[in-house]
Design a protein around this ligand. Structure first.
Ligand code: SAM
Ligand code: SF4
Length: 341
C-alpha cells in the first residue's frame, strides 16, 4: 500500500463507549424496579411514597431491548439492581434473554439477599455470573434496625448463593458511625470464614433520611483504622474483584479480602468510572451523583427501530460528567431506591 493510501485510512475508531474524558464506559447498571421488601435507613426515606406507577416501569422486553442496543454499542457488563431486583418475578427470564445477546459478557445482580434462598440456583442457571449481597450487620437486631429485614433469610440466601456456584459472591456494607461500626469486625470474620470479599462503602447523600448526618458519616479511612486495631491490612493494588471502584486489602491474619469504596473522600474516585445507569422508569443516568438523566422510555414505546434508543444512549454517554457532585451542591432528589444502586 502506498504511503498516500495509508494516510487516507482513518485511525481506528475510539471505543464506541468512550466518554468525552477518555474513560471507557462499558458497564450498565440496570434497575428493574424501584420497589423493595426492605427499608434501609440509608436508601429509602421513612414513609417514602414516591414509587413510580407500574405502567411506567420498563417491561422485560423493553429492558432487554436497551441491553441489546447497549451491547451493540460496546457495553459488555451488566448488573441488575433496584430497589430489590428479586421482588420482580420475571428476573430469571430477563437474565436468560440478556445472556443470549451477543456482546453481553457479564451479568451480575445486586440484592439484599432475602430471596436468594429460593432464587440463587435459578439465577445461576439463567446466566448470572456474580452476586453482590448487602449485609450491614450480623447482629439480628442491628440488621433489623438498619434494614427492617430478617437476617436469617439473608444468611440462608448467602449460603444458597455460595452453593449455587456463582463466579463470585461479594458482601456490601454501608458504613455508619454509631449505627454499625461495632459490626465491622464480625462482618470481616464472617467474610473470611466464608471466603467472600467484603466491601465497605461510604454513605452517599442519595436520599433524604435521618441517617445522613455528619455524625453518622464514617470515612473509609476511619474504618481502616478500626480494622487495623485487629489485624494488619496489606494493600492489594492489583486485585480486580469485579468491575467496581473498590480498593482492596487483605487482612494478614484472618485472610479476609476487604474492599473500600470511598466515594466521598477519595478525590480520584471518578477517574476510572466505567458505568452508566438505567432507572426502572427508563431514564439513562450517566452519573449517580449528578441529576442529569435522559429518557429512553418514549423512544422504546414509540420508535419501532433502535436508532433513537442508540442515539439517546450515545448522547447520555457524551454527557457523562467528569465527577459526581456529592462534595458540592448536590441535593438528593430521587432516592437511591428509585435511581438504582
Ligand atoms: N436492593 C439491593 C441491595 O440492597 O443490594 C440492590 C439495590 S441497593 C440500592 C444497591 C447498593 O446501594 C447496596 O449495596 C446499598 O447498600 C447501596 N446503597 C444504598 N443507599 C446508599 C447510600 N445512601 N450510600 C451508599 N450506598 C448506598
Ligand atoms: Fe432495598 Fe437495597 Fe435500598 Fe435496602 S439498599 S432499601 S434492600 S433497595
Amino acid at each position: 500500500m502506498s504511503e498516500k493510501a495509508c494516510h487516507l485510512i482513518s485511525p481506528p475508531p475510539a471505543s464506541a463507549t468512550q466518554d468525552t474524558f477518555g474513560r471507557v464506559v462499558d458497564y450498565l447498571r440496570v434497575s428493574i424496579t424501584d420497589r423493595c421488601n426492605e427499608r434501609c435507613l440509608y436508601c429509602m426515606p421513612e414513609g417514602y411514597k414516591g414509587w413510580e406507577r407500574k405502567p411506567d416501569h420498563l417491561t422485560a422486553e423493553e429492558i432487554v431491548r436497551v441491553v441489546r442496543v447497549a451491547a451493540g454499542m460496546g457495553f459488555r457488563k451488566f448488573r441488575l439492581t433496584g430497589g430489590e431486583p428479586l421482588v420482580r418475578a420475571d428476573v430469571p427470564e430477563i437474565v436468560r434473554t440478556m445472556a443470549a445477546i451477543p456482546g453481553v459478557e457479564h451479568i451480575g445482580i445486586s440484592t439484599n439477599g432475602s430471596k436468594l434462598g429460593v432464587l440463587a440456583q435459578p439465577l445461576r442457571d439463567a446466566g448470572v455470573g456474580t452476586v453482590n449481597v448487602s449485609l450491614d450487620a450480623l447482629d439480628p437486631a442491628v440488621y433489623r434496625r438498619i434494614t427492617g429485614g430478617d437476617l436469617n433469610a439473608v444468611l440462608a440466601g448467602i449460603r444458597a448463593a455460595v452453593a449455587a456456584g456463582f463466579e463470585r459472591v461479594k458482601l456490601n456494607c454501608v458504613l455508619m458511625r454509631g449505627v454499625n461500626e461495632h459490626e465491622l469486625w464480625p462482618l470481616v470474620l464472617f467474610a473470611a470464614e466464608h471466603g467472600l470479599p467484603l466491601r465497605l462503602i461510604e454513605l452517599m447523600p442519595v436520599t433524604t433520611t435521618d441517617v445522613l448526618t455528619e455524625k453518622n458519616f464514617m470515612p473509609v479511612s476511619e474504618a481502616m483504622e478500626l480494622l487495623r486495631l485487629k489485624d494488619e491490612l496489606i494493600p492489594q493494588p492489583d486485585w480486580r474483584l469485579g468491575f467496581g471502584p473498590a480498593k482492596y486489602y487483605q487482612l494478614k491474619h484472618t485472610g479476609a479480602r476487604v474492599g473500600f469504596i470511598g466515594a466521598m473522600t477519595n478525590l480520584h474516585f471518578c477517574e476510572t468510572c466505567n458505568k452508566m445507569r438505567l432507572t426502572a422508569d427508563g431514564k439513562v443516568r450517566p452519573c449517580l451523583g449528578d441529576h442529569g438523566e435522559i429518557d429512553l422510555r418514549e423512544a422504546l414505546r414509540h420508535a419501532s427501530d433502535d436508532v433513537a434508543v442508540r442515539e439517546l444512549l450515545a448522547s447520555a454517554l457524551q454527557r457523562k460528567p467528569l465527577e459526581h457532585q456529592f462534595r458540592g451542591s448536590y441535593q438528593p432528589c430521587r432516592p437511591m431506591t428509585a435511581i438504582g444502586g
